[in-house]
Design a protein around this ligand. Structure first.
Ligand code: NDP
Length: 255
């Protein structure tokens, strides 16, 4: 493939790329020509994802990392630079949720969610900056949520973290434009993944209205995020930074 969306010669790091949305995005980046590093905690899941990417003909490596830990996030980036020679694209996708009324969260649960979704995004972005500077620029794609713009009764810490991800995205975009680094958020709608499958079982009332409210009339699948991620990772988006773009089948524009 040639043209503005071509990622040949680029190296992408996808946190949480061993399943769900992250793997859907990783496949899209690989199909556009990028070499892809997949970071996660579960080695078995990561190995299966690498096998899928290699079966597509792409170059892919696994990196064990806990993105909520600053040392681990730093080592993750160093491993990618050592093994793949450079780093151009970060997809800060790893995230978790625990669903319950606000008053029922322990402080430890609050920290687990904020440390992973918000602090983890910050740590990964901070860790890639030196490599991006060395490469003359780079692309950071963060992952928000419908909970970046709407509240919900049993997602308080998650919504706080995802609102924070969007504000962090804007601030990084302002700061790092001088280094030719573009930073944009994708706000996925309701996507069928292990994360939401758990929620559909434990909180069916929260998800009952998804299809009715989504003008596209269906749940999303991880591959629905791939096109937007390729765009935001490619030079086609070089003058676009600090945005938060829904990929939600129209959920967020429907009364
Ligand atoms: P999954 O649970 O399928 O994927 C989450 C991934 O994050 C896993 O691969 C997991 O890897 C990784 N992960 C979690 N914590 C850590 C950590 N501390 N260090 C490294 N990796 C970690 O969920 P989704 O694919 O649904 O979610 C991906 C992102 O999309 C999340 O940020 C989520 O909030 C967001 N999102 C999802 C929506 C949906 O409808 N599914 C909607 C809106 C946003 P491992 O198992 O190896 O730890």
């Amino acid at each position: 493939m040639t043209g503005p969306f071509d990622l040949t010669g680029r190296v992408a790091l996808v946190t949480g790329g061993n399943g769900g949305i992250g793997l859907g995005i990783a496949k899209g980046l690989a199909a556009a020509g990028a070499s892809v590093a997949i970071a996660g905690r579960n080695a078995e899941k990561t190995a299966a994802a690498i096998a899928e990417l290699k079966a597509m003909g792409g170059r892919a490596i696994a990196v064990a990392a806990d993105i909520a830990d600053e040392t681990s996030a730093g080592q993750m980036v160093q491993t990618v630079a050592d093994q793949l020679g450079r780093l151009d694209i970060l997809v800060a996708n790893a995230g978790i949720n625990i669903r319950k009324p606000p008053e029922d969260y322990s402080l430890a649960e609050w920290h687990t969610i904020l440390d992973t979704n918000l602090t983890g995004t910050f740590l990964c972005a901070k860790a890639v900056l030196p490599a991006f500077k060395a490469a003359g620029g780079g692309k950071i794609i963060t992952i928000g949520s419908m909970a970046s713009i709407f509240g919900g009764g049993i997602i308080g810490p998650y919504a706080a973290s995802k609102g924070g991800v969007v504000q962090l995205t804007k601030s990084l975009a302002v700061s790092w434009a001088q280094h030719n680094v573009q930073v944009n958020a994708i706000l996925p709608g309701f996507i069928d993944t292990p994360l939401t499958r758990g929620g559909r079982q434990s909180a069916p009332e929260m998800f009952a209205k998804v299809v009715d409210r989504t003008p596209a009339g269906r749940w999303g699948v991880p591959e629905d995020l791939a096109g937007l991620a390729v765009f935001l990772a490619s030079r086609a988006s070089d003058f676009i930074t600090g945005t938060a773009i829904p990929a939600d089948g129209g959920y967020s524009i429907h009364l």
